[in-house]
Design a protein around this ligand. Structure first.
Ligand SMILES: O=c1ccn([C@@H]2O[C@H](COP(=O)(O)OP(=O)(O)O[C@H]3O[C@H](CO)[C@@H](O)[C@H](O)[C@H]3O)[C@@H](O)[C@H]2O)c(=O)[nH]1
Ligand SMILES: [Mn+2]
Length: 577
Protein backbone atom coordinates (compact mmCIF):
# COMPACT_ATOMS: atom_id res chain seq x y z
CA UNK A 1 0.00 0.00 0.00
CA UNK A 2 1.46 3.40 -0.94
CA UNK A 3 1.63 5.80 1.99
CA UNK A 4 -0.45 8.36 0.18
CA UNK A 5 -3.46 6.05 0.18
CA UNK A 6 -3.40 5.18 3.83
CA UNK A 7 -5.25 7.85 5.72
CA UNK A 8 -7.70 10.43 4.66
CA UNK A 9 -7.11 13.88 6.09
CA UNK A 10 -10.57 13.96 7.65
CA UNK A 11 -10.92 12.16 10.99
CA UNK A 12 -7.30 11.74 12.01
CA UNK A 13 -6.69 11.53 15.78
CA UNK A 14 -3.46 13.33 16.81
CA UNK A 15 -0.37 11.39 15.86
CA UNK A 16 2.27 13.81 17.04
CA UNK A 17 2.78 17.13 18.74
CA UNK A 18 5.67 19.44 19.67
CA UNK A 19 6.61 22.33 21.89
CA UNK A 20 9.29 24.98 21.49
CA UNK A 21 11.88 24.79 24.29
CA UNK A 22 11.35 27.79 26.59
CA UNK A 23 15.01 28.77 26.88
CA UNK A 24 14.92 29.55 23.15
CA UNK A 25 13.48 32.96 24.06
CA UNK A 26 16.30 33.61 26.51
CA UNK A 27 18.79 32.61 23.81
CA UNK A 28 17.25 35.10 21.42
CA UNK A 29 17.76 37.88 24.01
CA UNK A 30 21.25 36.77 24.85
CA UNK A 31 22.52 36.51 21.26
CA UNK A 32 22.57 40.32 20.58
CA UNK A 33 24.43 40.91 23.86
CA UNK A 34 27.03 38.32 22.94
CA UNK A 35 27.20 39.73 19.43
CA UNK A 36 28.03 43.19 20.85
CA UNK A 37 30.90 41.67 22.82
CA UNK A 38 32.22 39.95 19.68
CA UNK A 39 31.92 43.23 17.73
CA UNK A 40 33.85 45.05 20.50
CA UNK A 41 36.60 42.43 20.32
CA UNK A 42 36.96 42.91 16.57
CA UNK A 43 37.00 46.70 17.05
CA UNK A 44 39.90 46.18 19.43
CA UNK A 45 41.74 43.85 17.01
CA UNK A 46 41.44 46.21 14.06
CA UNK A 47 42.40 49.19 16.20
CA UNK A 48 45.50 47.34 17.43
CA UNK A 49 46.46 46.26 13.93
CA UNK A 50 46.16 49.81 12.56
CA UNK A 51 48.24 51.11 15.49
CA UNK A 52 50.99 48.57 14.75
CA UNK A 53 50.93 49.38 11.06
CA UNK A 54 51.16 53.11 11.60
CA UNK A 55 54.05 52.92 14.08
CA UNK A 56 56.61 51.30 11.75
CA UNK A 57 55.27 47.73 11.46
CA UNK A 58 57.36 44.95 12.97
CA UNK A 59 56.62 41.28 12.31
CA UNK A 60 56.70 40.54 16.06
CA UNK A 61 53.75 42.88 16.59
CA UNK A 62 51.75 42.41 13.37
CA UNK A 63 51.90 38.60 12.99
CA UNK A 64 50.39 37.79 16.43
CA UNK A 65 47.62 40.32 15.85
CA UNK A 66 46.82 38.83 12.43
CA UNK A 67 46.80 35.31 13.90
CA UNK A 68 44.46 36.42 16.68
CA UNK A 69 42.14 38.05 14.12
CA UNK A 70 42.09 34.82 12.10
CA UNK A 71 41.40 32.68 15.18
CA UNK A 72 38.67 34.94 16.48
CA UNK A 73 37.12 35.29 13.03
CA UNK A 74 36.70 31.51 12.73
CA UNK A 75 35.35 31.27 16.28
CA UNK A 76 32.95 34.14 15.57
CA UNK A 77 31.69 32.46 12.40
CA UNK A 78 31.13 29.21 14.26
CA UNK A 79 29.33 31.05 17.07
CA UNK A 80 27.18 33.00 14.64
CA UNK A 81 26.11 29.96 12.62
CA UNK A 82 25.53 28.01 15.84
CA UNK A 83 22.72 30.44 16.70
CA UNK A 84 20.58 28.54 14.17
CA UNK A 85 20.41 25.61 16.58
CA UNK A 86 19.36 27.88 19.44
CA UNK A 87 16.68 29.82 17.66
CA UNK A 88 13.77 27.38 17.90
CA UNK A 89 14.62 24.00 19.42
CA UNK A 90 11.66 21.62 19.46
CA UNK A 91 10.70 18.72 21.67
CA UNK A 92 8.40 16.28 19.87
CA UNK A 93 6.07 13.62 21.13
CA UNK A 94 4.37 10.81 19.24
CA UNK A 95 1.04 9.15 20.04
CA UNK A 96 1.91 5.62 18.96
CA UNK A 97 -1.35 4.34 20.46
CA UNK A 98 -3.28 6.29 17.79
CA UNK A 99 -1.54 4.76 14.79
CA UNK A 100 -3.95 1.84 14.48
CA UNK A 101 -6.89 4.24 14.77
CA UNK A 102 -5.61 6.02 11.68
CA UNK A 103 -4.64 2.98 9.70
CA UNK A 104 -5.29 -0.74 10.39
CA UNK A 105 -2.06 -2.82 10.31
CA UNK A 106 -3.18 -4.42 7.04
CA UNK A 107 -2.89 -0.95 5.45
CA UNK A 108 0.50 -0.04 6.96
CA UNK A 109 3.05 0.95 4.30
CA UNK A 110 5.68 -1.67 3.50
CA UNK A 111 9.19 -1.08 4.75
CA UNK A 112 12.63 -2.03 3.44
CA UNK A 113 15.55 -2.07 5.86
CA UNK A 114 19.05 -1.55 4.43
CA UNK A 115 21.98 -2.78 6.51
CA UNK A 116 25.46 -2.04 5.16
CA UNK A 117 28.56 -4.01 5.99
CA UNK A 118 31.95 -3.85 4.34
CA UNK A 119 34.48 -6.15 5.96
CA UNK A 120 33.85 -9.38 7.92
CA UNK A 121 37.10 -8.99 9.83
CA UNK A 122 36.42 -5.43 11.02
CA UNK A 123 32.65 -5.74 11.33
CA UNK A 124 32.00 -9.23 12.72
CA UNK A 125 29.18 -10.91 10.72
CA UNK A 126 27.60 -12.15 13.94
CA UNK A 127 27.15 -8.52 15.06
CA UNK A 128 25.60 -7.58 11.69
CA UNK A 129 23.33 -10.64 11.90
CA UNK A 130 22.28 -9.54 15.38
CA UNK A 131 21.45 -6.09 13.96
CA UNK A 132 19.29 -7.76 11.30
CA UNK A 133 17.52 -9.97 13.88
CA UNK A 134 16.70 -6.89 15.97
CA UNK A 135 14.78 -5.37 13.04
CA UNK A 136 13.34 -8.61 11.65
CA UNK A 137 11.62 -8.86 15.05
CA UNK A 138 9.95 -5.45 14.76
CA UNK A 139 6.37 -5.25 15.96
CA UNK A 140 5.16 -4.82 12.37
CA UNK A 141 3.27 -7.06 9.92
CA UNK A 142 6.04 -9.45 8.71
CA UNK A 143 4.70 -9.56 5.16
CA UNK A 144 5.38 -5.80 4.98
CA UNK A 145 8.96 -6.02 6.22
CA UNK A 146 12.04 -6.75 4.10
CA UNK A 147 15.63 -6.63 5.33
CA UNK A 148 18.38 -6.19 2.73
CA UNK A 149 22.00 -6.71 3.69
CA UNK A 150 24.57 -5.04 1.48
CA UNK A 151 27.93 -6.75 1.74
CA UNK A 152 30.69 -4.61 0.25
CA UNK A 153 33.12 -7.22 1.46
CA UNK A 154 31.46 -9.72 -0.92
CA UNK A 155 32.27 -12.41 1.62
CA UNK A 156 31.02 -15.97 2.11
CA UNK A 157 31.68 -15.47 5.83
CA UNK A 158 28.99 -12.79 5.96
CA UNK A 159 26.35 -14.64 3.95
CA UNK A 160 26.96 -17.70 6.12
CA UNK A 161 26.17 -15.71 9.29
CA UNK A 162 22.92 -14.57 7.66
CA UNK A 163 21.98 -18.10 6.65
CA UNK A 164 22.35 -19.03 10.30
CA UNK A 165 20.38 -15.92 11.34
CA UNK A 166 17.54 -16.88 8.99
CA UNK A 167 17.26 -20.32 10.63
CA UNK A 168 17.35 -18.78 14.08
CA UNK A 169 14.79 -16.08 13.15
CA UNK A 170 12.09 -18.74 12.73
CA UNK A 171 12.40 -19.43 16.47
CA UNK A 172 13.44 -15.99 17.71
CA UNK A 173 10.59 -13.94 16.22
CA UNK A 174 7.70 -15.95 17.76
CA UNK A 175 9.67 -16.17 21.04
CA UNK A 176 9.92 -12.34 21.21
CA UNK A 177 6.24 -11.94 20.36
CA UNK A 178 5.05 -14.52 22.89
CA UNK A 179 7.15 -13.14 25.72
CA UNK A 180 6.82 -9.44 24.92
CA UNK A 181 10.63 -9.13 24.67
CA UNK A 182 11.78 -5.51 24.39
CA UNK A 183 15.47 -6.10 23.59
CA UNK A 184 15.04 -8.05 20.38
CA UNK A 185 18.77 -8.07 19.76
CA UNK A 186 19.72 -11.62 20.83
CA UNK A 187 23.20 -10.77 22.13
CA UNK A 188 21.82 -7.99 24.32
CA UNK A 189 18.83 -10.05 25.46
CA UNK A 190 20.83 -13.14 26.48
CA UNK A 191 23.54 -10.93 28.01
CA UNK A 192 21.07 -9.48 30.49
CA UNK A 193 18.53 -12.28 31.07
CA UNK A 194 18.96 -15.19 33.49
CA UNK A 195 17.37 -17.76 31.12
CA UNK A 196 15.96 -19.89 33.94
CA UNK A 197 12.90 -21.30 32.13
CA UNK A 198 13.26 -24.21 29.66
CA UNK A 199 11.99 -22.24 26.65
CA UNK A 200 14.52 -19.44 27.13
CA UNK A 201 17.28 -21.97 27.81
CA UNK A 202 16.49 -23.78 24.57
CA UNK A 203 16.50 -20.63 22.48
CA UNK A 204 19.67 -19.41 24.18
CA UNK A 205 21.41 -22.70 23.30
CA UNK A 206 20.33 -22.21 19.67
CA UNK A 207 21.74 -18.70 19.66
CA UNK A 208 25.03 -19.81 21.21
CA UNK A 209 25.41 -22.53 18.60
CA UNK A 210 24.70 -20.05 15.78
CA UNK A 211 27.18 -17.58 17.27
CA UNK A 212 29.90 -20.22 17.64
CA UNK A 213 29.52 -21.28 14.01
CA UNK A 214 29.46 -17.69 12.68
CA UNK A 215 32.58 -16.81 14.70
CA UNK A 216 34.35 -20.03 13.79
CA UNK A 217 34.15 -19.36 10.04
CA UNK A 218 35.70 -15.90 10.56
CA UNK A 219 38.44 -17.45 12.69
CA UNK A 220 39.43 -19.95 9.99
CA UNK A 221 38.70 -17.51 7.14
CA UNK A 222 36.39 -19.84 5.17
CA UNK A 223 33.16 -21.82 5.46
CA UNK A 224 34.08 -25.50 6.03
CA UNK A 225 32.26 -28.13 3.98
CA UNK A 226 30.61 -29.69 7.05
CA UNK A 227 28.76 -26.39 7.67
CA UNK A 228 27.17 -26.47 4.21
CA UNK A 229 24.35 -28.96 4.66
CA UNK A 230 21.47 -27.73 2.56
CA UNK A 231 20.97 -27.49 -1.18
CA UNK A 232 20.14 -23.78 -1.14
CA UNK A 233 23.44 -23.12 0.69
CA UNK A 234 25.42 -25.00 -1.96
CA UNK A 235 23.59 -23.03 -4.64
CA UNK A 236 24.35 -19.71 -2.88
CA UNK A 237 28.05 -20.46 -2.40
CA UNK A 238 28.35 -21.50 -6.04
CA UNK A 239 27.82 -17.83 -6.95
CA UNK A 240 31.41 -17.23 -5.80
CA UNK A 241 33.93 -18.30 -8.41
CA UNK A 242 37.55 -19.10 -7.52
CA UNK A 243 38.50 -15.68 -8.98
CA UNK A 244 35.99 -13.70 -6.88
CA UNK A 245 37.64 -11.16 -4.59
CA UNK A 246 36.33 -8.30 -2.45
CA UNK A 247 37.10 -5.87 -5.30
CA UNK A 248 36.12 -8.05 -8.24
CA UNK A 249 32.98 -10.15 -8.39
CA UNK A 250 29.58 -10.21 -10.14
CA UNK A 251 26.34 -9.18 -8.45
CA UNK A 252 25.42 -11.82 -5.88
CA UNK A 253 21.83 -11.82 -4.66
CA UNK A 254 20.41 -14.47 -2.41
CA UNK A 255 16.97 -14.57 -0.84
CA UNK A 256 17.56 -16.15 2.58
CA UNK A 257 14.02 -15.88 3.92
CA UNK A 258 10.79 -14.90 2.25
CA UNK A 259 7.14 -14.26 2.98
CA UNK A 260 5.92 -17.77 2.19
CA UNK A 261 8.33 -19.21 4.79
CA UNK A 262 6.69 -19.72 8.17
CA UNK A 263 8.11 -19.31 11.64
CA UNK A 264 7.66 -22.03 14.30
CA UNK A 265 4.27 -20.59 15.26
CA UNK A 266 3.05 -20.75 11.66
CA UNK A 267 3.16 -16.97 11.06
CA UNK A 268 4.77 -15.64 7.87
CA UNK A 269 8.37 -14.44 8.08
CA UNK A 270 9.75 -11.14 6.76
CA UNK A 271 12.04 -11.17 3.72
CA UNK A 272 15.79 -11.37 4.29
CA UNK A 273 17.88 -10.69 1.21
CA UNK A 274 21.65 -10.71 0.82
CA UNK A 275 23.25 -8.49 -1.82
CA UNK A 276 26.87 -8.06 -2.87
CA UNK A 277 26.74 -5.50 -5.69
CA UNK A 278 29.01 -6.04 -8.68
CA UNK A 279 32.57 -4.78 -8.23
CA UNK A 280 35.30 -4.45 -10.87
CA UNK A 281 38.84 -3.26 -10.33
CA UNK A 282 39.23 0.34 -11.53
CA UNK A 283 35.49 1.14 -11.48
CA UNK A 284 34.74 3.59 -8.64
CA UNK A 285 32.32 2.06 -6.13
CA UNK A 286 31.60 5.23 -4.10
CA UNK A 287 31.83 3.50 -0.72
CA UNK A 288 28.71 3.49 1.46
CA UNK A 289 26.76 5.89 -0.77
CA UNK A 290 27.37 3.57 -3.75
CA UNK A 291 26.20 0.58 -1.70
CA UNK A 292 23.05 2.41 -0.63
CA UNK A 293 22.25 3.42 -4.20
CA UNK A 294 22.67 -0.19 -5.37
CA UNK A 295 20.30 -1.22 -2.55
CA UNK A 296 17.80 1.44 -3.63
CA UNK A 297 17.74 0.08 -7.17
CA UNK A 298 17.81 -3.63 -6.38
CA UNK A 299 15.12 -3.35 -3.69
CA UNK A 300 12.99 -1.43 -6.22
CA UNK A 301 12.93 -4.56 -8.37
CA UNK A 302 11.80 -6.79 -5.50
CA UNK A 303 9.68 -4.87 -2.97
CA UNK A 304 9.96 -1.12 -3.75
CA UNK A 305 8.62 -0.29 -0.29
CA UNK A 306 7.71 3.37 0.22
CA UNK A 307 9.61 3.50 3.54
CA UNK A 308 13.29 2.69 3.99
CA UNK A 309 15.25 2.27 7.22
CA UNK A 310 18.99 2.78 6.90
CA UNK A 311 21.30 1.05 9.39
CA UNK A 312 25.04 0.55 9.76
CA UNK A 313 26.36 -2.88 10.67
CA UNK A 314 27.41 -1.64 14.12
CA UNK A 315 23.92 -0.42 14.92
CA UNK A 316 20.98 -2.20 16.55
CA UNK A 317 17.33 -1.52 17.12
CA UNK A 318 16.39 -1.39 20.79
CA UNK A 319 12.65 -0.76 20.63
CA UNK A 320 10.28 -2.99 18.61
CA UNK A 321 7.61 -0.30 18.22
CA UNK A 322 9.92 2.08 16.38
CA UNK A 323 8.29 1.57 12.96
CA UNK A 324 4.90 2.38 14.43
CA UNK A 325 6.45 5.48 16.01
CA UNK A 326 7.64 6.85 12.70
CA UNK A 327 4.22 6.22 11.20
CA UNK A 328 3.11 9.03 13.54
CA UNK A 329 4.86 11.31 11.04
CA UNK A 330 4.55 9.38 7.79
CA UNK A 331 0.80 8.99 8.25
CA UNK A 332 0.25 12.60 9.27
CA UNK A 333 -1.32 14.32 6.23
CA UNK A 334 0.03 17.71 7.34
CA UNK A 335 3.64 16.50 7.40
CA UNK A 336 3.71 13.59 4.91
CA UNK A 337 3.85 15.39 1.52
CA UNK A 338 7.26 17.00 2.14
CA UNK A 339 8.71 14.63 4.73
CA UNK A 340 12.00 13.13 3.51
CA UNK A 341 13.11 11.31 6.64
CA UNK A 342 12.74 10.82 10.38
CA UNK A 343 16.13 10.71 12.05
CA UNK A 344 16.84 9.15 15.48
CA UNK A 345 19.88 10.15 17.57
CA UNK A 346 23.00 8.01 17.56
CA UNK A 347 23.29 6.65 21.09
CA UNK A 348 26.44 4.68 21.80
CA UNK A 349 26.94 1.61 23.93
CA UNK A 350 29.90 1.08 26.21
CA UNK A 351 30.79 4.73 26.92
CA UNK A 352 32.06 5.33 30.42
CA UNK A 353 30.98 8.27 32.58
CA UNK A 354 34.08 10.33 31.87
CA UNK A 355 33.78 9.87 28.08
CA UNK A 356 37.39 10.95 27.81
CA UNK A 357 37.36 11.52 24.03
CA UNK A 358 33.93 13.12 23.88
CA UNK A 359 32.56 10.19 21.81
CA UNK A 360 29.02 10.93 22.87
CA UNK A 361 28.97 13.86 20.38
CA UNK A 362 26.50 15.73 22.58
CA UNK A 363 26.26 18.72 20.32
CA UNK A 364 25.77 16.86 17.04
CA UNK A 365 23.68 13.94 18.24
CA UNK A 366 21.63 15.49 21.03
CA UNK A 367 21.48 19.28 21.39
CA UNK A 368 21.88 20.56 17.83
CA UNK A 369 19.28 18.42 16.03
CA UNK A 370 16.47 19.64 18.29
CA UNK A 371 17.38 23.12 17.00
CA UNK A 372 17.45 21.97 13.39
CA UNK A 373 14.05 20.39 13.97
CA UNK A 374 12.55 23.83 14.66
CA UNK A 375 13.74 25.01 11.22
CA UNK A 376 13.47 22.75 8.13
CA UNK A 377 14.64 19.71 10.07
CA UNK A 378 17.82 18.00 11.24
CA UNK A 379 20.65 16.86 9.03
CA UNK A 380 20.91 13.11 8.43
CA UNK A 381 23.47 11.18 10.51
CA UNK A 382 23.56 8.10 8.28
CA UNK A 383 22.07 5.42 10.46
CA UNK A 384 18.84 4.98 12.45
CA UNK A 385 17.01 7.00 9.83
CA UNK A 386 13.68 6.24 8.09
CA UNK A 387 13.39 7.68 4.57
CA UNK A 388 10.45 8.05 2.24
CA UNK A 389 11.74 6.30 -0.92
CA UNK A 390 10.33 9.15 -2.96
CA UNK A 391 12.83 11.69 -1.53
CA UNK A 392 15.70 10.09 -3.46
CA UNK A 393 14.03 10.91 -6.77
CA UNK A 394 13.71 14.69 -7.06
CA UNK A 395 11.93 17.40 -5.13
CA UNK A 396 8.55 16.99 -3.40
CA UNK A 397 6.96 18.85 -6.32
CA UNK A 398 8.62 17.05 -9.19
CA UNK A 399 9.70 13.46 -9.76
CA UNK A 400 13.06 13.20 -11.56
CA UNK A 401 13.06 11.33 -14.87
CA UNK A 402 13.81 7.62 -14.28
CA UNK A 403 15.18 5.40 -17.04
CA UNK A 404 14.09 2.03 -15.59
CA UNK A 405 10.30 2.21 -15.10
CA UNK A 406 10.37 -0.43 -12.30
CA UNK A 407 12.39 2.06 -10.26
CA UNK A 408 9.54 4.55 -10.01
CA UNK A 409 9.21 5.17 -6.23
CA UNK A 410 5.43 5.40 -6.52
CA UNK A 411 5.11 1.93 -8.06
CA UNK A 412 3.25 -0.27 -5.60
CA UNK A 413 4.12 -3.98 -5.39
CA UNK A 414 1.13 -5.50 -3.61
CA UNK A 415 2.27 -9.11 -3.99
CA UNK A 416 4.52 -10.47 -1.22
CA UNK A 417 7.79 -12.01 -2.36
CA UNK A 418 7.16 -15.71 -2.90
CA UNK A 419 9.14 -16.57 -6.00
CA UNK A 420 12.53 -15.94 -7.60
CA UNK A 421 13.20 -12.18 -8.00
CA UNK A 422 13.81 -10.83 -11.55
CA UNK A 423 17.53 -11.57 -11.83
CA UNK A 424 18.04 -10.03 -15.29
CA UNK A 425 16.87 -6.63 -14.03
CA UNK A 426 18.74 -7.02 -10.76
CA UNK A 427 21.99 -7.82 -12.55
CA UNK A 428 21.45 -4.74 -14.68
CA UNK A 429 20.77 -2.23 -11.88
CA UNK A 430 23.21 -3.85 -9.42
CA UNK A 431 26.00 -3.74 -12.02
CA UNK A 432 28.99 -1.47 -11.49
CA UNK A 433 28.60 0.24 -14.91
CA UNK A 434 24.90 0.99 -14.47
CA UNK A 435 25.30 4.50 -13.04
CA UNK A 436 27.77 5.64 -15.68
CA UNK A 437 25.40 4.45 -18.43
CA UNK A 438 22.24 5.83 -16.82
CA UNK A 439 21.02 9.30 -17.80
CA UNK A 440 19.59 9.90 -14.31
CA UNK A 441 22.72 11.33 -12.67
CA UNK A 442 22.91 8.89 -9.78
CA UNK A 443 24.79 10.46 -6.89
CA UNK A 444 24.37 13.95 -8.37
CA UNK A 445 20.64 14.51 -8.68
CA UNK A 446 19.10 11.29 -7.39
CA UNK A 447 19.93 8.72 -4.72
CA UNK A 448 22.62 9.22 -2.11
CA UNK A 449 24.95 11.98 -3.23
CA UNK A 450 28.62 11.44 -4.09
CA UNK A 451 31.45 13.91 -3.54
CA UNK A 452 32.01 13.72 0.19
CA UNK A 453 33.16 11.08 2.64
CA UNK A 454 30.07 11.96 4.68
CA UNK A 455 27.35 11.16 2.19
CA UNK A 456 24.64 11.48 4.86
CA UNK A 457 25.35 15.19 5.46
CA UNK A 458 25.70 16.05 1.76
CA UNK A 459 22.57 14.10 0.79
CA UNK A 460 20.37 15.69 3.44
CA UNK A 461 21.75 19.16 2.61
CA UNK A 462 20.71 18.72 -1.02
CA UNK A 463 17.35 17.27 -0.02
CA UNK A 464 16.64 20.33 2.10
CA UNK A 465 17.65 22.55 -0.81
CA UNK A 466 15.22 20.58 -2.98
CA UNK A 467 12.43 21.57 -0.58
CA UNK A 468 12.17 18.48 1.63
CA UNK A 469 11.57 18.71 5.39
CA UNK A 470 12.86 16.33 8.04
CA UNK A 471 12.00 15.33 11.61
CA UNK A 472 14.13 14.55 14.68
CA UNK A 473 12.63 11.80 16.80
CA UNK A 474 14.14 11.30 20.24
CA UNK A 475 11.89 9.03 22.32
CA UNK A 476 12.52 8.31 25.98
CA UNK A 477 13.39 4.67 25.32
CA UNK A 478 16.23 4.77 22.76
CA UNK A 479 15.12 3.36 19.43
CA UNK A 480 18.66 2.44 18.35
CA UNK A 481 22.06 2.00 19.88
CA UNK A 482 25.42 1.76 18.18
CA UNK A 483 29.12 1.24 18.56
CA UNK A 484 31.63 4.05 18.62
CA UNK A 485 35.43 3.83 18.26
CA UNK A 486 36.90 3.01 21.65
CA UNK A 487 40.60 3.56 21.08
CA UNK A 488 42.26 6.91 20.46
CA UNK A 489 43.67 5.78 17.11
CA UNK A 490 40.33 4.53 15.72
CA UNK A 491 38.62 7.67 16.99
CA UNK A 492 41.21 9.87 15.25
CA UNK A 493 40.69 7.94 12.01
CA UNK A 494 36.93 8.53 12.25
CA UNK A 495 37.32 12.23 13.13
CA UNK A 496 39.77 12.71 10.26
CA UNK A 497 37.26 11.12 7.86
CA UNK A 498 34.40 13.28 9.13
CA UNK A 499 36.60 16.42 9.07
CA UNK A 500 37.71 15.78 5.49
CA UNK A 501 34.11 15.04 4.52
CA UNK A 502 32.92 18.42 5.81
CA UNK A 503 35.83 20.25 4.16
CA UNK A 504 35.01 18.55 0.84
CA UNK A 505 31.56 20.13 1.03
CA UNK A 506 32.79 23.47 2.37
CA UNK A 507 35.19 23.87 -0.56
CA UNK A 508 32.79 22.49 -3.18
CA UNK A 509 30.29 24.29 -5.38
CA UNK A 510 27.74 23.42 -2.67
CA UNK A 511 29.48 25.48 0.03
CA UNK A 512 26.71 25.88 2.65
CA UNK A 513 27.98 29.35 3.62
CA UNK A 514 27.05 30.65 0.17
CA UNK A 515 24.74 28.17 -1.59
CA UNK A 516 23.09 27.06 1.66
CA UNK A 517 22.37 30.52 3.02
CA UNK A 518 21.24 31.70 -0.43
CA UNK A 519 18.78 28.80 -0.89
CA UNK A 520 17.73 27.94 2.63
CA UNK A 521 17.98 31.31 4.38
CA UNK A 522 20.34 32.42 7.14
CA UNK A 523 19.11 30.04 9.84
CA UNK A 524 18.93 26.73 7.94
CA UNK A 525 21.94 27.58 5.75
CA UNK A 526 23.72 28.63 8.96
CA UNK A 527 22.98 25.27 10.58
CA UNK A 528 24.54 23.37 7.65
CA UNK A 529 27.48 25.84 7.63
CA UNK A 530 28.04 25.23 11.33
CA UNK A 531 28.58 21.50 10.68
CA UNK A 532 30.90 22.23 7.76
CA UNK A 533 32.94 24.81 9.71
CA UNK A 534 33.61 22.37 12.55
CA UNK A 535 36.97 21.05 11.19
CA UNK A 536 38.19 24.65 10.81
CA UNK A 537 37.96 25.06 14.60
CA UNK A 538 41.31 23.26 14.71
CA UNK A 539 42.91 26.49 13.40
CA UNK A 540 41.92 28.78 16.34
CA UNK A 541 42.52 25.96 18.83
CA UNK A 542 46.08 25.59 17.54
CA UNK A 543 46.67 29.34 17.55
CA UNK A 544 45.38 29.75 21.10
CA UNK A 545 47.37 26.70 22.24
CA UNK A 546 50.73 28.02 21.06
CA UNK A 547 50.59 31.78 20.45
CA UNK A 548 50.30 33.00 24.08
CA UNK A 549 53.17 30.75 25.19
CA UNK A 550 55.40 31.82 22.28
CA UNK A 551 54.55 35.48 22.84
CA UNK A 552 55.39 35.17 26.52
CA UNK A 553 58.74 33.53 25.75
CA UNK A 554 59.60 36.38 23.36
CA UNK A 555 58.33 39.11 25.68
CA UNK A 556 55.60 40.25 23.23
CA UNK A 557 52.34 41.45 24.77
CA UNK A 558 49.36 40.17 22.76
CA UNK A 559 46.41 40.69 25.11
CA UNK A 560 45.24 44.13 26.28
CA UNK A 561 45.47 44.90 29.97
CA UNK A 562 42.00 44.38 31.37
CA UNK A 563 41.82 47.83 32.95
CA UNK A 564 42.95 49.52 29.76
CA UNK A 565 40.43 47.61 27.70
CA UNK A 566 37.53 48.52 29.99
CA UNK A 567 38.54 52.17 30.00
CA UNK A 568 38.89 52.32 26.28
CA UNK A 569 35.52 50.60 25.77
CA UNK A 570 33.77 52.92 28.22
CA UNK A 571 35.27 55.98 26.55
CA UNK A 572 34.11 54.77 23.13
CA UNK A 573 30.64 53.85 24.28
CA UNK A 574 30.11 57.13 26.10
CA UNK A 575 31.80 59.11 23.29
CA UNK A 576 34.08 60.89 25.76
CA UNK A 577 37.15 60.05 23.71
O1 LIG B 1 32.73 0.99 1.12
C1 LIG B 1 32.02 0.99 2.12
C2 LIG B 1 32.38 1.64 3.33
C3 LIG B 1 31.53 1.59 4.42
N1 LIG B 1 30.35 0.93 4.34
C4 LIG B 1 29.45 0.87 5.52
O2 LIG B 1 29.15 2.17 5.97
C5 LIG B 1 28.83 2.14 7.35
C6 LIG B 1 29.50 3.32 8.08
O3 LIG B 1 30.87 3.17 8.03
P1 LIG B 1 31.78 3.31 9.35
O4 LIG B 1 33.16 2.93 8.98
O5 LIG B 1 31.12 2.63 10.50
O6 LIG B 1 31.77 4.89 9.53
P2 LIG B 1 31.36 5.80 10.78
O7 LIG B 1 32.24 6.99 10.75
O8 LIG B 1 31.31 5.02 12.04
O9 LIG B 1 29.89 6.18 10.36
C7 LIG B 1 29.27 7.41 10.59
O10 LIG B 1 29.59 8.34 9.58
C8 LIG B 1 29.27 7.91 8.26
C9 LIG B 1 29.68 9.04 7.30
O11 LIG B 1 29.06 10.22 7.65
C10 LIG B 1 27.77 7.61 8.15
O12 LIG B 1 27.50 7.08 6.88
C11 LIG B 1 27.41 6.58 9.20
O13 LIG B 1 26.04 6.28 9.14
C12 LIG B 1 27.77 7.13 10.56
O14 LIG B 1 27.45 6.21 11.58
C13 LIG B 1 29.27 0.77 7.88
O15 LIG B 1 28.13 -0.01 8.15
C14 LIG B 1 30.08 0.18 6.71
O16 LIG B 1 29.93 -1.20 6.64
C15 LIG B 1 29.97 0.31 3.16
O17 LIG B 1 28.91 -0.29 3.08
N2 LIG B 1 30.81 0.37 2.08
MN1 LIG C 1 30.42 3.16 12.53
Amino acid sequence: MAINNVASAAAVPPLNTYRVVRRAYFNRLFAPIYFSAVAALFYHHIHTLLRHLSSGPSAAAVVPTLLLILADFIFALIWLTNQSFRYRPLIRREFVENVEKVSPPADFPAMDVFICTADPFKEPPIATANAALSVLAYDYPPEKLSVYVSDDGGSQLTIFAFMEAAKFAAHWLPFCRRNGVLDRHPEMFFGSCRADDPETQKIKAMYESMKTRAERVVEIGKVPQEYITEEFQREAFSKWTPDSTKHDHPTILQVLMQNNDKDTSGAPLPNLIYLAREKKKGVPHQFKAGAQNALLRVSAMITNSPLILMMDSDYISTDPITVRRILCYFLDPAIRPTLAYVQFPQIYMGLNKQDLYGNECKKWMHAGPHGGDGLDGPSCVGTGVFFARRCFYGSPRELSPIDVPEMNPDRVIEKPLTSQPPMDLINKVGGCHFEAQSKCQWGQKIGFRYGSLIEDYLTSFQMHMDGWKTVWCNPERPAFKGETPCTLVSLLVQIKRWGLGFLEVLYSKYCPLFVGIKNLGFLMGGAYSNWALWPLSSVPFTIYAFLPALALLHGVSIFPKVQKLIHSLLYRVMSID
